[in-house]
Design a protein around this ligand. Structure first.
Ligand code: DLL
Length: 435
């Protein structure tokens, strides 16, 4: 269902004209109201009137996460405190979080864009959404909650954790859609198995999964295990929570980014130069309508590819491929670049393994070494160590053949790998530990 037919199917020429008008207004407002942006533009000798075409966006300075931290907590806000309706914040595991503000209109826009996402994912008003993203400063819970209310579905604000209770409510309240991270969905599916509940028999139809990288193989796992369509949703604290873009059920091929509200670029990670559609690079986002916390060319560090070909769902908004990973999650093992999702894809193609895994990186002498911890499916475990050794050798060979790295593959019994309640921790990097 298309929630906002006029805007979601706006012809691209009109969409671009709208983007330009909004970009010009946004740049002028940032220049006037946010000292950080004014100084950054002055340094490059760029004034708001230099933005004459959409391509001129490349004249503007990039904004990096460190700069947001430096302006903690309110330095990047573009409205007076009495106009800020709500704040959210990044998890801030490494230092101070980034605090982000929303005006009432920002909150309303977020709801509308989230509602578009629910429609694109195949929900219809009257459906029920079980929302298992965490509520709080993290944008997942409140974001999907607002989307559900704007769209007109019943929201079950479960939040993350209490996995047994999740299964009970999925069974008893009969929701049609589940929103959570893909890794947590797996955790829920496993809990249901333990409780002898067949999720595939429930009315659950759609999964709205995001907030962490996941692979097509993981989609297949979740869809077959839960009897649902699993769709990808994207968002980030600094720009707007979940709802910046979503996959449509019709094509299931890339996430439509709502371009009337966001100007999306893909740039070379090293040089920052814009790349044409079809080339893989870092996603850079400029918000076009945010009032409280406008963002100019935010370097997301997310690696993806853009595709502006028409989509069979009828939406005209550009599509972004799955995010394969963050540039800062990329491991460099003996000179080869590896994303955890690449390893995930291979593990999940190995049927005798369970889809729970974690990578450990450490130093062996002067070289980096990778250990992959993964769980055996119960039947594999029952077959004993010799058999598991053979599976492990096969996975090692596949990883060598497909990714090009040598690694150790350690197969553990069920439950050995930590279960995720939200974003899964895929990599433990012992190189960062002090000796
Ligand atoms: O994760 C917002 C969100 C909540 C998105 C619920 C989707 C669903 P942050 O905690 O700020 O915000 O993390 C943002 O998570 O830069 C990506 O690296 C990653 N990420 C988000 N969505 C996806 C996705 C929320 N669909 C960071 N695929 C982003 C891959 C994703 N990575």
């Amino acid at each position: 269902m298309i929630f906002d037919i006029d805007n979601e199917t706006l012809p691209r020429e009109k969409l671009k004209a709208l983007q330009l008008r909004r970009l010009q207004a946004m740049v002028a407002r940032c220049y006037e109201t946010v000292k950080f942006y004014r100084e950054a533009m002055d340094e490059l000798e760029i004034k708001p009137h230099h933005i004459q075409t959409l391509a001129d966006v490349k004249l503007l300075p990039f904004t990096k996460k460190e700069q947001l931290r430096d302006n903690y907590p309110y330095g990047m806000f573009a409205v007076p405190p009495d106009q800020v309706a709500r704040v959210h914040a990044s998890s801030g595991t490494s230092g101070k979080p980034v605090v982000v503000g929303y005006t009432r209109r920002d909150v309303a826009n977020w709801g509308e864009l989230g509602a578009r996402c629910l429609g694109a994912a195949g929900l219809v008003p009257g459906d029920r959404l079980h929302n298992a993203y965490g509520y709080g400063l993290f944008t997942g819970g409140m974001g999907l909650h607002g989307s559900a209310e704007a769209f007109g579905v019943t929201v079950i604000p479960m939040s993350g954790g209490q996995t047994q209770k999740q299964v009970m409510l999925l069974t008893d309240l009969a929701p049609n859609a589940l929103s959570c991270t893909p890794s947590y969905a797996l955790n829920i599916a496993e809990e249901a198995d333990k409780l002898n509940i067949d999720i595939r028999k429930l009315p659950l139809r759609v999964g709205i999964f995001g907030a962490e990288p996941w692979s097509e193989e993981m989609r297949y796992e979740l869809e077959s295990r839960m009897g649902i369509d699993a769709l990808d949703i994207y968002g980030l604290t600094e720009i707007m929570g979940p709802g910046v873009g979503v996959e449509c059920l019709a094509a299931k091929k890339g996430l439509h980014i709502w371009e009337d509200h966001f100007l999306i670029e893909c740039v070379d990670v090293d040089t920052g130069e814009p790349l044409p559609p079809g080339e893989k690079g870092e996603i850079v986002i400029t918000s076009l309508t945010r009032e409280a916390f406008p963002m100019m060319r935010f370097r997301t560090r997310d690696i993806a590819v853009l595709d502006d070909a028409p989509c069979k769902c009828g939406r005209t908004h550009v599509r972004m491929s799955r995010v394969t990973g963050r540039s800062d999650d990329m491991l460099i093992i003996r000179g080869v670049n590896v994303f955890p999702t690449q390893v995930e894809a291979i593990l999940m193609r190995t049927e005798t393994l369970s889809p729970f895994y974690q990578l450990e990186v450490f130093r062996e002498g002067h070289l980096d070494a990778l250990r992959i911890n993964v769980e055996a499916s119960p039947p594999l475990y029952a077959k004993g160590q010799d058999y598991m050794d053979r599976v492990s050798a096969k996975v090692r060979k596949d990883i060598k053949d497909f990714i090009g790295i040598s690694c150790e593959v350690k197969i553990h019994p069920t439950g050995a790998v930590e279960r995720s309640m939200g974003k899964a921790v895929r990599v433990i990097d012992h190189r960062k530990e002090k000796n």
